[in-house]
Design a binder for this molecule. Structure first.
Ligand code: ATP
Length: 197
């Protein structure tokens, strides 16, 4: 038996950076967004569903995903995006539960940008939200992805407002460059280890 925690936060808040610290403490991490990309080219049921939704052109000849076609179609049509999410989120949910059952650790962490939006929070015991000031997040993503400000703002606008995530959090991590991330992670780690299973 172990506890299953989720970690989320807006784009550029520093979820992955925080996960690297938990990982250094020996905590197994499930990177849901990365795993979703993998499942979309490996899970036969999911592949069939995506082809049914977008046509066979959703995949290139080498089996990789035709990201350009999918994002052009899905981001222009909210219904289609919702249908895509309705295929991907349950597939990741199932895969995540299987992964959790295989871990041997006092607790595990599932990192996902859309932990609330996907409903995946329902299968988790506690949620950690990473927050950072909006301007800091925008600057970090622009530098990391080499993209324009508008592109980052557009992605932020598609996510649940940060205040809403903060309201729902069991633990908060302030990644504003002023508070020590290592200290905050260690404090949460210490507290989680005292929680009843
Ligand atoms: P996404 O939602 O896009 O996956 P994320 O929340 O996982 O983003 P990270 O990738 O961890 O965010 O961080 C965004 C960028 O900001 C990265 O380049 C990371 O190295 C940098 N970064 C994160 N935290 C800090 C910090 N405290 N100081 C300096 N740079 C940071």
């Amino acid at each position: 038996m172990s506890l299953h925690l989720g970690i989320t936060g807006g784009i550029g808040s520093g979820k992955t950076t925080v996960c690297h610290i938990f990982s250094a403490l020996g905590i197994p991490i499930y990177y849901a967004d990365e795993r979703a990309r993998w499942l979309m080219i490996q899970d036969p049921d999911l592949i069939a569903g995506i082809k049914a939704l977008f046509g066979a052109e959703a995949y290139l000849e080498d089996g990789s995903l035709n990201r350009q076609l999918i994002s052009t179609l899905a981001f222009g049509q909210p219904d289609l995006l919702a249908q895509l999410n309705a295929l991907v989120h349950p597939a990741v949910g199932k895969d995540g539960l299987k992964w959790q059952a295989e871990q041997n650790s006092p607790y595990t962490l599932k990192e996902a940008a859309l932990l609330y939006e996907s409903g995946s929070y329902k299968t988790l015991d506690k949620i950690i939200v990473v927050t950072a000031p909006l301007e800091v997040r925008i600057a970090r993503v622009m530098a990391r992805d080499q993209v324009e400000r508008e592109a980052v703002e557009k992605r932020i606008a598609q996510q649940m407002p940060e205040e809403e995530k903060i309201k729902r959090a069991d633990f908060l991590i302030h990644n504003d460059g002023e508070h020590s991330l290592i200290q905050q992670v260690y404090e949460i780690h210490r507290q989680v280890l005292t929680l009843p299973l």
